[in-house]
Write a protein of this length. Structure first.
Length: 293
């Protein structure tokens, strides 16, 4: 009897072997960083990467974002082969960029192209934080400007999903120049009387938040997205004041007039459909009248 008791304890105290551990596929489960609940990754993906328990919005890849936003099979990519140079000969920049290309399957931190939403043509740009933290370098700026020019030429609305750590440090002033470059391109879109919808996701910071991401005719954001220029600690040290707990969240910015609406991911496509539908008729009327503005 005593022997049985000890054998039972031994059974429950057994540590799984390495072989047993390997039977559980990597990435099978995902832990929510907000509520700490654990869910099947497959189910999370079906739920558009939104936690079913607390509604936390996990990051999306650029391809996932395109798939849930555009009509199936409608996306045509622009400038897919553009790759950044190393204008400043910055240490390890080429090697790190090559690793990001291998890891993500992307050539840069933004994908641009055209497609349809509910049958309505749009030009779209989607940033991907997996590539150099979505930082804006020369290629990101160039792809953005070319996409905007496509929108002008084809008289289509331009939609931009921002997800970025800001300007790309390894390209120095060349990166900072993209702020003015993209802003100027958007001014041409505005002069053509075309719609620009900016959607800020987590995170949208630095030079991106200070340039094209904040220049939308309509500025939207996902819940609790971090949006701002400088970091909280830097600002607090500069002004010598404690900032509110919700400072630089999408909700804080909407309450202070920088955003038009904070929208749940599952409602975003329908919202875009509604906005595009409202703006379709004025554009049709201008084309019939032969006017541009």
């Amino acid at each position: 009897m005593i022997r049985d008791l000890f054998s039972k304890r031994k059974k429950y105290a057994t540590i799984p072997t390495e072989e047993a551990k390997q039977e559980v596929p990597e990435g099978l489960m995902t832990k929510c960083p907000q509520c700490k609940s654990i869910m099947y990754t497959k189910e999370l993906r079906k739920n558009q990467m939104v936690c079913d328990n607390c509604q936390f919005h996990h990051r999306l890849t650029s391809s996932q974002r395109i798939n849930i936003t555009l009509d199936e099979g409608s996306f045509v990519e622009f400038d897919a082969t553009m790759i950044a140079k190393d204008p400043l000969d910055f240490p390890d920049y080429k090697e790190k960029s090559a690793k990001d290309r291998e890891k993500t399957g992307l050539n840069e931190a933004v994908i641009t192209g055209k497609g349809t939403i509910a049958g309505m043509g749009v030009v779209i740009g989607v940033m991907d934080a997996r590539f150099r933290m979505g930082s804006m370098g020369s290629v990101v700026g160039e792809k953005m400007c070319r996409a905007i020019q496509h929108a002008v030429e084809e008289k289509k609305p331009f939609i931009m999903f921002a997800a970025s750590g800001g300007a790309r440090m390894q390209e120095g002033v060349f990166s900072l120049m993209q702020m003015a470059k993209t802003s100027t391109a958007l001014n041409r879109l505005h002069e053509a009387g075309l719609l620009f919808i900016s959607i800020m996701t987590h995170p949208t910071t630095g030079g991106v938040s200070a340039s094209f991401a904040s220049l939308g005719d309509i500025n939207l954001a996902e819940p609790k997205a971090l949006i701002g220029f400088a970091g909280r600690r830097i600002i607090e040290q500069t002004i010598r004041q404690k900032l509110p707990d919700d400072f630089q969240t999408a909700e804080f910015l909407m309450n202070h007039g920088q955003l038009d609406q904070v929208i749940h991911r599952k409602e975003l496509k329908q919202t875009l459909e509604n906005i595009l539908d409202i703006h379709q008729q004025p554009l049709i009327n201008r084309e019939e009248d032969g006017t541009d503005g």
